[in-house]
Ligand binder design. Structure first.
Ligand SMILES: Nc1ncnc2c1ncn2[C@@H]1O[C@H](COP(=O)(O)OP(=O)(O)OP(=O)(O)O)[C@@H](O)[C@H]1O
Length: 239
């Protein structure tokens, strides 16, 4: 559960977020909006890379101002990046293991956690493959294995579907929908691909100029004339 209260982020003269208030309880929540709307800024506040100018954010009731950036992964906040953070000379299994160095394992054997995470992401047979030999899709899925290993609370995904073939995109959707059941984490999904958002997110928050212009069930939100007007280019391309 993410609770955002009157959150403003000022970058010098530019406003990244403007008095944003929202409660996001759904297991898979979409975060959309035109370029420059503040989506990355919100993810950066949750990750700890950007400090709020005013306002607060709570995750599962904990005010993130009390969780320093180096403790966010251990607290359970994870993210995947558009440019995958794969360590090229480590195997897929070692890439996942590196995350476990920083998060609680609840006494479970590391090897088992790693294998389960790889299996979940569809990489069960790639454990010993070095990062530099993984294809683009495997690298994307390795990001998901890394983000879901252990006990995450919140997995934020930044354009996970970009550049994937259709069958890869379909597998990705099914994996995203299973994250909550698999590890109990809430997913916050940023993507310009409205089809991906529609297929995976039960609720969606729309930002424009750093503020919320709509929040609710995804299909309803995407049909909202206000949203279509703000987001026209992207929506028109896909309809
Ligand atoms: N580090 C920064 N310094 C100055 N301005 C910034 C910084 N980060 C973001 N901004 C500005 O804040 C506003 C919100 O940007 P943000 O990257 O959060 O938008 P976005 O919705 O993620 O856009 P996109 O879809 O293009 O990734 C923009 O006006 C942007 O130029």
């Amino acid at each position: 559960m993410i609770e955002i209260d009157d959150l403003t982020v000022q970058f010098g003269g530019v406003r990244g977020l403007s008095a944003l208030t929202a409660s996001l309880p759904e297991p898979v929540t979409g975060l959309v909006g035109p370029n420059g709307a503040g989506k990355t800024t919100l993810i950066n506040v949750l990750s700890g890379f950007v400090r709020p100018t005013t306002g607060s954010v709570r995750v599962d009731g904990r005010d993130l101002k009390d969780v320093p950036i180096y403790k966010r992964a251990a607290f359970g906040i994870r993210r995947t990046f558009q440019n995958e953070q794969v360590v090229e000379n480590l195997t897929a299994g070692e890439n996942v293991a590196a995350v476990l160095d920083n998060v609680p394992t609840d006494g479970q054997p590391r090897r088992q956690l790693i294998e389960t995470a790889l299996e979940f992401a569809g990489l069960g047979t790639a454990r010993d493959v070095p990062g530099h030999s993984l294809n683009a899709y495997q690298r994307r899925m390795l990001e998901i294995a890394r983000a879901t290993v252990g006990r995450p609370r919140l997995v934020m995904m930044d354009e996970p579907g970009a550049g994937l073939a259709q069958h890869e995109g379909e597998h990705l959707r099914s994996v995203i929908k299973q994250i909550d059941g698999y590890c109990g984490a809430q997913v916050l999904l940023v993507d310009h691909d409205v089809d991906l958002i529609s297929a995976t997110c039960t609720a969606t928050l729309v930002l424009d100029f750093g503020s919320a212009i709509a929040y609710g069930p995804t299909q309803k939100v995407l049909a909202d004339p206000k949203v279509r007007a703000a987001y026209l280019g992207v929506l028109e391309e896909t309809t």
